[in-house]
Ligand binder design. Structure first.
Ligand SMILES: Nc1ncnc2c1ncn2[C@@H]1O[C@H](COP(=O)(O)OP(=O)(O)OP(=O)(O)O)[C@@H](O)[C@H]1O
Ligand SMILES: [Mg+2]
Length: 492
């Protein structure tokens, strides 16, 4: 019976049977021959005897007349020895019914399931990571219609977020608070694939929290070893391997490097890692900032991925530019305030204000987007420009008081001297600022107060914003008298 069966093609064919041209298979007449003639006949006894092949390469095990026949006998088809069930009942079943036999069987089945489970979930995890990098993780910006178009700088930012093949540098995007860095990067980065965005908020300045933020943006989870790990993570218990904060950072970076290589193979360019608000690291965890800069340099050296650091002016860019790792630094893109035309266009055409109001707002905020938006919102709420002015200037005055400049604070004399120098000359050198404030430590303290700010890649220091400049000029004019809220409305 077995020997007289016919087969349409050979199962498990040797490659030469399936080569397209001049193969034995292509010359095979009628695809029908006695199975006993096949050299693989012995192997076939454990496999179904009939295969259909619609093309030379595709196999399918479709139903044949014989397979659907009611006389078909599964035992003979699978060639199961009739003695096997008997042996199972006599020898294996009693063994399984003993305590140790049952435990051993349960253990073996558990191990097998665990291995299969770990394999499948790691495969899914790998796909998830690839997808995360491919799609990117940059949050979108709401209310796009209301945004000022920043044509000039947008092209620069696009070129660093989507670098050309072979780009081997990292980038710093720098600008004062509220100039629109985050908005620009998100708006552009959201449309580009291969951009991973990590926001360093004030809660994520520790190594551990930063690593967790990075892992979250990358959709990274520890690889699964068995179902027990998964149970633990569902219960919120972290497996040992991620207990050490630095270890987690190393692991996420390692995986990111692997995925970057894959991305590069597929897209022929490297992916981008955006680290926003690194100024917070300079203030609270400078060692981590140094580590990240070194990683950015190494990745640029190897052409693996490019890193974009987004920071406000001050300690972060000063620190980063002073280190040897800055040898691999490419562009430093400065995001500045809107110029007069851009600001007027935004206030009049996008926010619907009269040109007179727009002039007043521009005079008060100096084209700083964050302040412009606050002023417009306050104006909508109060309807009175004098009140808006008083509000913004009191906020600026608060910064002076916090920096201990004015009201008998310890930096009053130095602060007023520096402010007067800037008002006279438009800027002051960092060296002079350190000297007036009584040394580098005090100088750096003053620079971190959001009153004075550095101009990147230069020695110069200027006022942080227009409202700060207005309050500073009031202080310089009346150094001995304390500023009152009423003074702010009067000056307007
Ligand atoms: N192009 C734009 N058009 C209109 N509004 C904008 C634009 N860019 C930014 N803004 C608004 O200005 C404010 C500050 O923007 P953003 O947070 O992007 O500044 P930033 O430079 O990242 O500030 P920080 O240094 O404090 O992080 C936000 O309210 C934002 O909505
Ligand atoms: Mg920002």
């Amino acid at each position: 019976m077995m020997a007289s069966r016919t087969a349409r093609i050979r199962p498990y064919p040797s490659p030469c049977f399936f080569s397209h041209l001049g193969s034995s298979a292509s010359k095979f007449p009628g695809h029908r021959f006695h199975a006993s003639n096949s050299p693989l006949f012995q192997f076939q006894v454990l496999t179904p005897k009939y295969f259909y092949q619609s093309t030379h390469r595709r196999l399918s095990t479709g139903k044949t007349p014989e397979l659907s026949s009611t006389n078909w006998n599964i035992k003979s088809f699978l060639h199961i020895s009739p003695k096997l069930p008997q042996r199972f009942h006599k020898e294996i079943k009693p063994l399984l019914l003993t305590k140790s036999g049952l435990s051993a069987a349960t253990f073996l089945i558990g191990c097998a399931c665990s291995v299969v489970y770990a394999y499948c979930s790691n495969w899914a995890r790998e796909k998830h990571l690839q997808q995360a990098l491919l799609v990117g993780s940059v949050p979108n910006v709401p209310q796009k219609k209301q945004l000022v178009e920043r044509k000039g700088i947008a092209a620069d930012i696009t070129s660093v977020l989507q670098p050309k093949s072979g780009y081997d540098r990292y980038t710093i995007i720098v600008g004062n608070h509220g100039t629109g860095k985050t908005t620009l990067v998100r708006q552009i980065g959201h449309q580009i694939d291969g951009v991973l965005y990590v926001d360093i908020d004030s809660a994520s300045v520790t190594d551990e929290r930063f690593a967790q933020q990075f892992a979250k943006a990358f959709h990274w989870t520890p690889p699964t070893r068995n179902w027990f790990d998964v149970m633990l993570s569902v219960l919120g218990i972290t497996p040992n391997e991620v207990a050490d904060e630095r270890t987690l950072l190393v692991k996420v970076f390692k995986e990111f490097r692997n995925q970057s290589q894959l991305f590069q193979k597929n897209k022929n360019r490297c992916p981008t890692l955006v680290l926003d608000n690194v100024n917070r690291l300079a203030q609270w965890n400078p060692v981590l900032l140094d580590i990240l800069q070194d990683k950015a340099k190494d990745a640029a050296d190897e052409g693996l991925f490019t890193t974009v650091f987004v920071t406000s002016e001050g300690q972060a860019p000063i620190r980063m530019l002073d280190r040897s790792a800055s040898s691999r630094l490419g562009k430093v893109i400065v995001v500045e305030d809107l110029d007069r035309n851009e600001a007027m266009d935004f206030i009049c055409n996008k926010k619907g204000k009269s040109s007179q109001v727009a002039e007043s707002i521009y005079g008060l905020t100096g084209g700083r987007l964050g302040l412009l938006i606050s002023a417009i919102n306050e104006l909508d709420d109060h309807g009175n420009f004098a009140e808006v002015r008083a509000l913004l200037l009191s906020d600026a005055n608060e910064k002076f008081l916090k920096a201990e400049i004015g009201a008998g604070g310890k930096f009053t004399a130095a602060g007023i001297q520096i402010a007067s120098h800037i008002l006279q000359h438009g800027r002051i050198s960092r060296r002079d600022l350190y000297q007036i404030s009584g040394g580098i430590r005090h100088g750096q303290q003053l620079l971190s107060t959001n009153i004075f700010t550095t101009v990147p890649r230069s020695e110069w220091v200027v006022f942080d914003s227009k409202p700060i400049e207005i309050v500073a000029s009031m202080l310089v004019k009346n150094p001995d008298s304390e500023i009152q809220i009423g003074d702010f409305t009067k000056t307007g």
